[in-house]
Design a binder for this molecule. Structure first.
Ligand code: ANZ
Length: 794
């Protein structure tokens, strides 16, 4: 009787996989269809936690499944190995960030192998390797040459005590999160990628992507398209005018004051004409301590009147006052708004506080502020017009300009950090930037740096870097001291997987043609906006430079959920609810852990799933049951009933696995095993099919048992069992929809024609009435699956 010694089996099978090289993908092979399955390369934080298992081992199920379906699967892995934690470890414990990072990667590689993943390690990419970042630098230079990388001033939050730049997340209530010191704002010259130039295309090209609407909507919201107009409010007795961006030019006659962002350049210009200079300056310096998020969230509206300044409402010609207030952001639109308190919530609250007039210009019974559209009143010749008509007419009347604004900002890629890709730029004695010529790439990260926060970027403390620049470029030349945001590293790593050792190019053109776009990209929902949007932008930029063959990098994108602690809370060291997978792998085996994670919930939908020990135990029992069945095998073909179970399992496992519904795929395996339990003598052929179904989920055990039933090579090179004609199914179930919504199901003979299916559908009671009253425009029949009635919705 076969015993399930998981430790022994895992050791043997993993060794066999490694030695046989069965997971190495021949990228040039032409007989099979290529399938590029990507998962987000991890940051090498050290130990693998259960979340990593969820990310890698479950995607691995799909990689194995696709191989069994006859695809030539590329399933690579690498490390996103630049980043702050390594530098923090250096500051805190005095360890070398490189050594710390590379030791972590060694540990993680071993752990990833322990999961039984079928990763092709020959394609590995490590973003902190000079051979990799040399090409990050080269791509940066391409973007620079084409005006997509620019240098400008930008405000950063600065902690005067820690002498460091803070990320927005590190500022709370205007104070440094680490030491509580009041944060200051500092202006630094920094590098940007002009992603805003691509805003429109990033938005429009989303439509054709086969992503879930919720993922697309998150990107749409992030890009934030807003159609409106720029209108000009002349400042009385001056030559200047305040330009505002508004989405509601139809309400212009109701604008009773104007608000500037405190950082607006006109504030400085107008300051000498004001009567309350000191108040204004005080307010401006207060605001600098707040982060943008705090400003947007601010509960209480604050602001200061610019005493002595009036502007002219271009429609009414009336003089109205000007305020500065922090609810207006400098970086959006024109940094100035025309306030219409009767029809805008924030303006209304502000007007109440400062006792400003509220002038209603839309006909409505609703209480103030009424923010909808309607028919204009009190708006001169435009009274009586609808909002929609009036918008354009009023813009024309005051000689404004229709514009589209995007909320997305240019991508600030400079980091005042050490452990990142050095920006390949040097400055001549006049301070003009020059790209480091490609013969000097990789532009190496210096080793002789001081991490103790000295107020400047650590690279500025390197003697070697300074000397390097002097030697190569001349006296008076200086290096760029900032490094690149790690999101730049992760914007192209999937291109490098295709040709990780190429020293002449960042990737291979022919292979990119064959393998791009990535077929399916599996990742965390937290990367829906930043990483996914940055990578799309980067790829489009490279596409425009004819460096990549496709306008989009990824075809399908699937977001997964989160594994929570056993208490249902997010896992964290401080809560003491972190699950260490190694312990469970030791005890129950990697396959049981994989299967449990796969069973915990639908992988194709982000959700929060609490880890449960009982769940792992019962998965182990299920696997034990399969081992136990191997003691009953006979050399016989399955009977009709068993053939039917096998056929059903085959269909269900295949369709569910295809859609990342691993949980229900496993349920159907359970049904099959239960059916097999009923046989005292079990057909070996049937059992072999069970093992083939199981192989993607429990790769070690399936491999092992395969050998015991006479398999000569790896089970993972076999095909997924198909039952083309199946066991004669006599009936089929058709889903009936109206306008795409499920309204019922009918069962019809398998050979039923569309006519017969339609007749059947009309017998569904709720449908019968609907179909009579409504006018059916079209009927769409997906044979054997769905009948959809498209009806007129009046
Ligand atoms: C007058 C007005 C009247 C507005 C009204 C709204 C309703 P979205 O849709 O997000 O683009 N706005 C413009 N620039 C701003 C800035 N820099 N900071 C804060 N608010 C700003 O929003 C555009 C609207 O937000 C603009 O339309 C402007 O207020 C405000 F009944 O102009 B509106």
């Amino acid at each position: 009787m076969e015993k399930f010694d998981h430790q022994k089996i895992e050791k043997e099978t993993q060794k066999y996989w490694e030695e046989s090289g069965i997971y190495t993908t021949d990228l040039s092979e032409t007989k099979k269809d290529p399938y590029y399955l990507l998962f987000e390369f991890p940051y090498p934080s050290g130990d693998l936690h259960i979340g990593h298992w969820y990310a890698f081992a479950l995607t691995d199920i799909f990689a194995r499944f696709k191989r069994m379906q006859g695809k030539n699967v590329l399933f690579p892995m690498g490390f996103d190995s630049f980043g702050l934690p390594a530098e923090n470890a250096a500051i805190k414990h005095g360890v070398n960030p490189r050594e710390w990072t590379y030791a972590n990667m060694d540990r993680m590689r071993a752990q990833v192998k322990s999961m039984g993943t079928s990763v092709d390690w020959s394609k590995e990419v490590v973003s902190s390797d000079p051979e990799y970042y040399r090409w990050t630098q080269w791509l940066f230079s391409k973007l620079y040459e084409h005006g997509l990388a620019e240098r400008r001033n930008a405000a950063v939050k600065w902690c005067p005590k820690d002498q460091t730049v803070l990320a927005n997340e590190q500022v709370t209530d205007g104070k440094c999160e680490r030491c509580g010191t009041e944060v200051e704002e500092k202006t630094l010259t920094q590098w940007f990628f002009t992603i805003t130039k691509y805003a429109k295309r990033l938005l429009e090209d989303l439509d054709a992507l086969p992503w879930k609407e919720e993922i697309k909507d998150a990107q749409r919201a992030w890009i934030g398209e807003s159609k409106g107009a720029k209108l000009s409010f002349p400042v009385k007795d001056t030559e200047v005018a305040i330009s505002v961006f508004t989405t509601r030019p139809d309400t212009l006659f109701g604008s009773t004051y104007v608000v500037l962002a405190p950082e607006h350049p006109l504030v400085g210009e107008l300051l000498s004409r004001t009567k309350n200079k000191e108040d204004i300056e005080n307010y401006v310096s207060q605001v600098k301590k707040k982060t943008e998020r705090e400003r947007l969230e601010n509960k209480e509206k604050t602001g200061v009147l610019l005493e002595g300044i009036d502007v002219i409402n271009p429609a009414t010609k009336e003089l109205i006052p000007v305020f500065i207030a922090d609810y207006v952001l400098a970086s959006y639109g024109t940094g100035a708004v025309m306030a219409v308190p009767a029809h805008d919530e924030r303006d209304y609250v502000f007007a109440q506080k400062f006792s400003l007039p509220v002038k209603q210009v839309l006909v409505t019974e609703a209480p103030v502020p009424y923010t909808g559209s309607g028919v204009l009143q009190d708006s001169g010749e435009f009274s009586g017009m609808s909002s929609e008509e009036a918008k354009e007419a009023i813009v024309k009347f005051v000689e404004g300009e229709l514009t589209t604004n995007y909320r997305i900002r240019d991508w600030l890629v400079s980091r005042q950090r050490y452990w990142g890709c050095p920006i390949p730029v040097v400055y001549d004695p006049e301070g003009t930037p020059h790209i480091v010529p490609s013969e000097h790439l990789p532009w190496l990260l210096p080793e002789d740096v001081d991490f103790t926060l000295s107020g400047k970027s650590p690279l500025a403390t390197s003697k070697e870097l300074k000397e390097r620049v002097t030697t190569l470029f001349g006296e008076g030349w200086t290096p760029e001291y900032d490094t690149l945001d790690t999101f730049v590293d992760s914007s192209w790593y999937f291109l490098r997987y295709l040709d990780p050792e190429d020293v002449h190019d960042f990737s291979d053109q022919a292979l990119m043609k064959k393998w791009l776009p990535v077929d399916r990209y599996s990742g965390g929902s937290e990367h829906t906006t930043m990483h996914l949007l940055y990578a799309r932008f980067f790829h489009k930029a490279l596409y425009d430079l004819a460096l990549v063959p496709t306008p989009e990098p990824f075809n399908e994108r699937m977001n997964r959920g989160l594994i929570m602690g056993p208490d249902g809370q997010k896992m964290s060291k401080s809560k003491g609810n972190v699950v260490n997978p190694d312990e469970f792998v030791q005890k129950f085996g990697a396959d049981a852990v994989r299967m449990y994670l796969a069973f915990i919930g639908p992988y194709n939908e982000p959700g929060n799933y609490p880890w449960s020990l009982d769940g792992v135990v019962s998965m182990r029992r299920f696997l034990d049951r399969i081992v136990w069945l191997s003691g009953r095998l006979v050399d016989e073909e399955p009977d009709a009933a068993l053939r039917k179970s096998l056929s059903q399992a085959s269909t269900k496992v295949a369709t569910d696995t295809e859609r990342f519904k691993f949980n229900t795929a496993i349920s159907s395996l359970m049904v099959l095993v239960r059916d097999m339990d009923g046989y005292e003598k079990l057909s070996k052929a049937a059992y072999k099919d069970l093992l083939l179904f199981l192989a993607p989920f429990a790769p070690h055990l399936a491999e092992h048992l395969w050998k015991t039933v006479g398999g000569t090579s790896s089970i993972h090179l076999e095909s997924f069992p198909h039952y083309p004609d199946g066991v004669e199914e006599t009936e089929m179930t058709i889903i009936v929809q109206v306008n795409g919504k499920k309204r019922g199901e009918i069962t019809v003979p398998v050979d039923a024609t569309q006519d017969v299916v339609e007749k059947g559908a009309e017998t569904i009671p709720s449908l019968a009435t609907l179909l009579h009253e409504e006018q059916v425009i079209r009927k769409i029949y997906v044979p054997g699956r769905i009948l959809n009635f498209v009806i007129n919705k009046n």
